[in-house]
Design a protein around this ligand. Structure first.
Ligand code: HEC
Length: 145
C-alpha cells in the first residue's frame, strides 16, 4: 500500500561518487562533516512529502501537513538557485540540460498546486496533488530515463 519510491529516487541520479565529484567540495573545510545545502534541501523536502503522506493516510494532522506543504513551496522556489540549470547538467551525470532547465519550474508548479489543495483540506485531492508532486516534481529530476 504505502509507496516509498522516493527513497529509491536518489539512486536514479547516478553514483554518489559522481555527484560528490561534481560538487567539487570534497575535503573542503567549509563543508567538512556537514551536508551540503543541496542535500539539506532534499532531506527537508522528503520530510515534507512524508509528513503530507501521513496526513493523506489518516495519521498525521492537518496543521502539520499544511506547514509541510508551505515548506515544500519555499524549498521548491529555491531549486533553480540550488541546482542552477547550466551547472546541474554538468554536475549530475544523468541530468540533461533540458531536464535541468525545466525541473525547477515543474517542482514549483506541482508544489504550489499541492499547497493550494490545503485551502479546502480535502484529503483525497491532497493525496492526488501529492502524487503529482512526486511524479512530475521530484520525478522530473529523479527518473532514470
Ligand atoms: C532540480 C532537480 C531535483 C528536484 C526537483 C528534486 N531533486 Fe532530490 N536530488 C536532486 C539532486 C541533484 C540530488 C543529489 C544532491 C546532492 O548533491 O547531494 C538529490 C538528492 C535527493 C535525496 C538524497 C539527499 C541526501 O541525503 O543526500 C533525496 C532523499 C531526494 N533528493 C528527494 C527528493 C524529493 C522528495 C523531491 C521532491 C519533493 C526531490 N528530491 C526533488 C535533484 C532534485
Amino acid at each position: 500500500m504505502r509507496r516509498f519510491l522516493i527513497l529509491a529516487l536518489p539512486l536514479a541520479l547516478g553514483t554518489s561518487a559522481a555527484v560528490l565529484a561534481g560538487c567539487g567540495q570534497i575535503g573542503g573545510p567549509k563543508y567538512a562533516g556537514q551536508p551540503t545545502e543541496q542535500a539539506r534541501s532534499m532531506q527537508a523536502m522528503l520530510a515534507d512529502v512524508n509528513q503530507i503522506r501521513a496526513f493523506t493516510y489518516g495519521s498525521g494532522d492537518l496543521p502539520a501537513a499544511r506547514a509541510a506543504a508551505d515548506d515544500l513551496v519555499v524549498w521548491s522556489n529555491r531549486m533553480a538557485e540550488l541546482f542552477p540549470p547550466n551547472q546541474a547538467s554538468v554536475d549530475y551525470v544523468d541530468m540533461s540540460p533540458e531536464r535541468a532547465k525545466n525541473a525547477p519550474a515543474a517542482m514549483q508548479r506541482t508544489a504550489l498546486a499541492l499547497q493550494q489543495a490545503f485551502a479546502k483540506g480535502d484529503r483525497g485531492v491532497i493525496g492526488q496533488r501529492l502524487a503529482t508532486v512526486e511524479k512530475d516534481g521530484c520525478g522530473f529530476c529523479h527518473r532514470s530515463h
